[in-house]
Ligand binder design. Structure first.
Ligand SMILES: [Fe+2]
Length: 293
């Protein structure tokens, strides 16, 4: 299919677009170039009716960069097919934690570049995914705030975010949590203002994993970061997508935050998430420099 036939309909927000007339499986180079250009401009692209297999989803993700991890179920359906809805269940706690606005993998040494996310089984209502445009949020700041945060840095940790929300998983006998992201490396330190490596646009780098701004009282830091996020995640900078089976999206995790929203967890829901690795040269935490192994 020629790139010129791609239909791009911008969302009613500062970012995002619905893209039709394109098949993501076996996408040709010319069409991919148009999709990539639109991705950098809009941050979030929604592709209805794709019904990708996991391999096809991973192949599409690999067009954007290496994978941090291949297609993984984000689901309340257990390996044995049962639906998890108990609030004390670790899977449920992980899903509930994701209802806070965040960037993916800022708690890792290298922040994710983006993700391909697809819907296989969706609940009868609820369970939308929201995104928020941190480029527009930065642009909307007043001059005083912009200059105040220019040189600030905060730590990012899943221990902090899940602990604060009351959703830490059960500890193993050795005291570890044994789930992705609960690492024992140095806690990642990141600037509050990040420049996008491909577009050059500044954006806020905040969200639920961020805490303890360097040089600020911890309680004041928490209030300050909460207020920044609350002000940032307001219309027209947010969009919530109500999923249909077969939908595929790709978002740029270097400039958009996202969150899950509640649904009746006695209903099954299965999404697939392929995480695209950030570049060490631009997405490494400042205390995990690119030269580090
Ligand atoms: Fe996430």
């Amino acid at each position: 299919m020629a790139a010129t036939t791609i239909s791009i309909e911008p969302l009613d927000a500062t970012f995002g677009a619905v893209v039709r007339d394109v098949q993501l499986r076996n996408i040709d180079d010319e069409t991919f170039a148009a999709v990539h250009e639109a991705w950098l401009e809009y941050g979030l692209l929604v592709f209805p009716d794709q019904f990708l297999t996991r391999d096809e989803q991973n192949e599409f993700a690999l067009r954007f960069g290496d994978m941090e991890f291949a297609a993984t179920a984000i689901s309340n359906i257990g390996r044995d097919g049962t639906v998890h809805s108990d609030p004390d269940d670790d899977v449920v706690k992980s899903l509930r934690g994701n209802e806070g606005w965040h960037f993916d993998s800022t708690y890792m040494p290298v922040q994710a570049k983006g993700a391909v996310f697809t819907a296989e089984i969706v609940p009868s209502q609820g369970g939308a995914t929201g995104w928020a445009d941190m480029r527009a949020a930065y642009d909307a700041l007043d001059e005083a705030t912009r200059s105040r945060i220019q040189d600030m840095s905060a730590y990012h940790s899943l221990y902090y975010s899940q602990g604060r929300a009351g959703y830490l998983p059960k500890q193993k006998p050795d005291g570890s949590y044994g789930m992705y992201g609960y690492h024992d490396e140095e806690v990642s330190l990141r600037p509050l203002v990040k420049v996008h490596p491909e577009t050059g646009r500044a954006n806020l780098l905040i969200g639920r994993h961020a805490h303890n701004i360097v040089g600020m009282d911890p309680d004041e830091s928490e209030r300050f970061l909460d207020k920044l996020a609350e002000d940032a995640c307001q219309p027209p900078r947010v969009y919530h997508h109500q999923w249909q089976p077969g939908d595929a999206v790709i978002w740029d995790n270097r400039c958009l935050m996202h969150r899950g929203t509640p649904f009746d967890m006695t209903e099954p829901r299965r999404m697939w998430h392929t995480r695209i690795a950030g570049e060490r040269s631009s997405e490494a935490a400042s205390n995990h420099p690119p030269a580090a192994s």
